[in-house]
Design a protein around this ligand. Structure first.
Ligand code: ADP
Ligand code: MG
Length: 262
């Protein structure tokens, strides 16, 4: 089981879109995927078809109310994607956790339970909120690696150094083996010179850390959530769907798992 946190403290850079579509891509290739929504906005839950009224128990209950994983998990429109949804309950998590000694380890401990191990997921994808709050810290402590979406626009690289500092702190304390899965250029526009420049800068500065796959700006990607579907099923032939499938293949290749077509 490989746990990947999708994190960047900047909002609107494509974290949720990437979490949803990477999960869908991995599932299409036959892997069992658990998607965990750790953002109080609940966009990953909505985007994968778990309606707000259907979120009786959420990641909040898993982390703060001792709910079991079996109680909080929902199925999805993909036979091998399961979701732990979230809602606005999570907005108070930072405050609710202040006095909790294990506050950074709640997700870590939940995912290492015998119950989760028995569910035999190949990948767990965690969609983080747009901050370096305790929720993101929980994801970084629990995960094997971080996938960092980077929007191809001005100032994109500036926010990265703060995230890298946080990752370094967590390596020094709670999670020495924390790796950077990769930096994913999102919303790239090949006709826009600034977008090209940001991508070139990222590749020059970060080298192999940058995924070969670049996600293009594609209107089908932004339409898909309002149909509660990953773009991979909303418009399977779109440029966005193709890019996310390629990303899933890159992830699989990095973990050298035998490919099994669903
Ligand atoms: P975050 O989770 O980092 O806040 P989102 O994934 O919610 O970011 O994306 C922010 C907005 O950009 C959303 O409206 C989303 O639909 C849109 N978006 C994300 N990726 C793309 C893309 N490749 N092409 C077009 N729109 C995109
Ligand atoms: Mg989001």
């Amino acid at each position: 089981m490989r746990i990947i946190a999708v994190a960047n403290q900047k909002g609107g850079v494509g974290k949720t879109t990437t979490a949803i579509n990477a999960a869908a891509g991995l599932a299409e290739f036959g892997y069992r995927v658990l998607l965990i929504d750790l953002d109080p906005q609940g966009n990953a839950s909505t985007g994968f078809g778990v309606a707000p009224g259907d979120r009786t128990l959420t990641s909040y209950d898993l982390l703060l109310e001792q709910a079991s994983v079996a109680e909080v998990i929902k199925g999805s429109s993909y036979p091998n994607v399961w979701i732990i949804p979230s809602n606005s309950d999570l907005a108070s998590a930072d405050i609710d956790l202040v006095a909790n000694e294990k506050r950074s380890f709640l997700l870590h401990d939940a995912l290492r339970s015998a119950e989760v191990q028995a569910m035999r997921y190949d990948f767990v994808i965690v969609d983080c909120p747009p901050s370096l709050s305790l929720l993101t810290v929980n994801a970084l402590v629990a995960c094997d690696s971080v996938l960092v979406p980077l929007q191809a626009e001005f100032f994109a690289l500036e926010g990265l150094s703060q995230l890298m500092l946080t990752i370094r702190d967590i390596r020094k304390s709670a999670n020495p083996d924390l790796r950077i899965e990769g930096v994913l250029i999102t919303m790239a526009d090949s006709r826009n010179r600034l977008s090209q420049q940001v991508e070139a800068d990222a590749r020059e500065n970060l080298g192999d850390l940058v995924f070969e796959t670049t996600i293009p700006r594609n209107v089908r990607v932004s339409e898909a959530p309002s149909f509660a579907l990953p773009v991979l099923s909303y418009d399977p032939q779109s440029k966005g769907a193709e890019a996310y499938r390629k990303l899933a293949l890159e992830l699989v290749a990095r973990h050298k798992k035998p490919m099994v077509k669903a």
